[in-house]
Write a protein that binds this ligand. Sequence first.
Ligand SMILES: [Zn+2]
Length: 130
Amino acid sequence: MELSHIQAFDEQLATQVQRRPAEMMIMLEQAVRLLARAICVLPTGSEGLVDPLLDLQVQLNSSTIPMTIRELDSHQIGRLVRIPGIVVSASSVIARPTSVTIVCRGCRTERQIPVPHGFGSTSLPRNCPG
Ligand SMILES: [Zn+2]
């Protein structure tokens, strides 16, 4: 998906994609799944098999003017930026939860705790609410 196409469609949407990419990518992928479901016809007899439309990803391309690494500051944390350069090293992807479900050992009470986006962490409750 080209960012300029999103900008031509809705400038505010493009701004939100750049400011909150983690949340907006989830919404873009949901929209792509809805669109795919509306326009794709799955072959008959595929009921009960793994749904191929569940595993769709959105890749963003941008032709915006790249910024230098020296121009990066704390305001860009969590935002979408474009930086020219050569990747000399990469590490494996670290999965970060968006929500955590905890279960009490004593009474099996389940509780879902949202995890803030970005670099935030969540603290687990000390006592059981149930
Ligand atoms: Zn409990």
